[in-house]
Design a protein around this ligand. Sequence first.
Ligand SMILES: NC(=O)c1ccc[n+]([C@@H]2O[C@H](COP(=O)([O-])OP(=O)(O)OC[C@H]3O[C@@H](n4cnc5c(N)ncnc54)[C@H](O)[C@@H]3O)[C@@H](O)[C@H]2O)c1
Length: 280
Amino acid sequence: MSQDFQGRVALVTGAARGQGRAHAVAFAERGADIVLCDRCEDSAALDYSLGTRSELAHTEELVTALGRRCVSGQADTSDRAAMDELVRRAENELGSVDIAVANAGVTGVSPIGEHTSELWHEVIGSNLTGVFNTLAAVTPGMIARKYGRIITTSSMMGRGASPAMAAYVASKWGVIGLTKSLAMELAAHHITVNSVAPGNIATPMVQNDAMYRRFRPDLTDPTWEDIAPTLAGLTHLQPVAALDPEEVSRVVLFLAAEASAHLTGMVFPIDAGAGAKNNA
Ligand SMILES: NC(=O)c1ccc[n+]([C@@H]2O[C@H](COP(=O)([O-])OP(=O)(O)OC[C@H]3O[C@@H](n4cnc5c(N)ncnc54)[C@H](O)[C@@H]3O)[C@@H](O)[C@H]2O)c1
């Protein structure tokens, strides 16, 4: 494994499981010290469970087993003070935060007539305000050190749309606007800001009972296998229901690499061709 990120510190939000864990381990494998963040708490507005403290602890074990230093914080990205405090702690203990992956997010499906304000605030708070808070916390140090690589996680829904996903779609379009705006603002400080736009990724966000029941209300106990054929034909062009989180990590690593110094303000789809339907 190359040691491209030796001497760098990478912060990853939503790191207890799923894509966040995959990104943290991928950076650690390539030499970076790691800052982990996850709220480790369920939300009453959502119909599926979020990451847990033991899952966050397991990500930390995976990172330290690779010989990397790790600062781990249970923090909600929608809480600006908590994010400022985590970044302060990381900079004190590890010296800097050079790379930030604003990955934490939630999903919620609801027709507009039943769409609660709680679901709206949860999704916008985690997916959009949370990305703003993460970037606001890391950028002062990056500006001072004249170096930074920021990757935000949008979605194929960040340039498309879906019925019954008003808050999610709005939040992910918002992430792209935020990414492009900060790319312009931070370019002169040698900081790049790009976004990844995943398709369906095999994580608990899509692999959960509520999702299975939504797609197969005709079955008593539906499983992933029951919904996979439908998902495969829904949005992706290639006949694959979901991609592995590591497929997203590879693009995140690319955007954080030294060689990507002059790539900024762009959106990179990892979506089995779903983005081919976009206008441009
Ligand atoms: N899985 C997919 O199909 C898919 C597709 C496109 C985009 N995404 C996006 O990818 C990102 C990662 O999702 P995933 O697939 O790994 O899902 P996941 O549910 O497996 O992991 C998300 C993690 O983020 C944490 N989290 C959620 N809200 C948080 C908050 N406010 N503060 C701190 N931590 C928080 C959760 O506890 C969980 O551990 C999300 O932004 C999601 O919207 C996912």
